[in-house]
Design a protein around this ligand. Structure first.
Ligand SMILES: N[C@@H]1[C@@H](O)[C@H](O)[C@@H](COP(=O)(O)O)O[C@@H]1O
Length: 235
């Protein structure tokens, strides 16, 4: 894994943006995108840039089960407002949180990923090492499925909701197997509450206890971290 240390989130957004720009110059057509507060500065860079995304496809990692795209807490809403409304893509995919038939929705989404192989996958990381909504214990060959969120993830994500009771307890998430199929992966982490997860991901032995450690088996991963998130690393 290549590690890029940055001073702050603005610099991290610029670094990630430059990697995407380079990727597009060398033929990348499909971006795998993530939600959460971490990629916001990257999306700002993309919006402010003169890059044209109208021939690009975006495939998002996950969506809360039960939330429609016009719900302000949904990941579709987040993506539209942070990026797609400002920079139109040829197509943008996010799992449909309103689809009650999980099997049908997951099969549909896996088909989308198969038809649009991801060139560059952007990832954040949960404090427990989750990527997408793949919580600890997720098999590394998993595909899209309905997952239950751990209490720590519900707790971490409640800041976006009126109360903890409003946080959905399930999500549709691309699997770790799907993520590993991306040609290039850029994982971004800021802040001391990510330090343990970053340490487990990079320096501990690969284990399902830290879903992000699966990235150790991928040969094109760049990790963008600030000082606080990289504080536990030995290098
Ligand atoms: N499903 C998302 C993840 O994709 C994201 O990486 C994580 C961290 O979020 P943040 O960037 O806000 O710390 O939150 C959620 O659980």
């Amino acid at each position: 894994m290549k590690i890029i240390q940055v001073n702050n989130q603005e610099e991290g957004g610029k670094q990630a943006f430059n990697l995407i720009k380079q990727g597009m110059e060398t033929g990348a057509k499909v971006l795998g995108l993530a939600t959460g507060s971490t990629p916001i500065t990257l999306y700002k860079e993309m919006v402010q840039s003169d890059l044209d995304f109208s021939e690009m496809v975006a495939v998002n990692l996950d969506e809360y089960v039960g939330l429609a795209g016009d719900n302000e807490q949904s990941y579709r809403y987040f993506m539209n407002h942070q990026l797609f409304n400002h920079k139109p893509f040829k197509a943008s995919y996010v799992p449909d949180g309103t689809e009650e038939d999980a099997e049908k929705e997951c099969a549909r989404y896996d088909q989308i990923i198969e038809e649009n192989p991801i060139d560059i996958q952007i990832l954040g990381i949960g404090t427990n090492g989750h990527i997408g909504f793949n919580e600890p214990g997720t098999p590394f060959d998993s595909l899209t499925r309905k997952v239950g969120l751990t209490p720590s993830t519900i707790e971490a994500n409640k800041r976006f909701f009126a109360s903890v009771e409003d946080v959905p307890t399930e999500a549709y998430s691309m699997g770790i197997g799907s993520i590993l199929k991306a040609k290039e992966i850029i994982l971004i982490a800021y802040g001391e509450n990510k330090a343990e997860a970053i340490y487990n991901m990079i320096e501990k032995e690969m284990s399902e206890d830290c879903p992000a450690s699966a990235l150790q088996q991928h040969d094109n991963v760049t990790v963008i971290v600030d000082q606080a998130a990289s504080a536990k690393l030995s290098v």
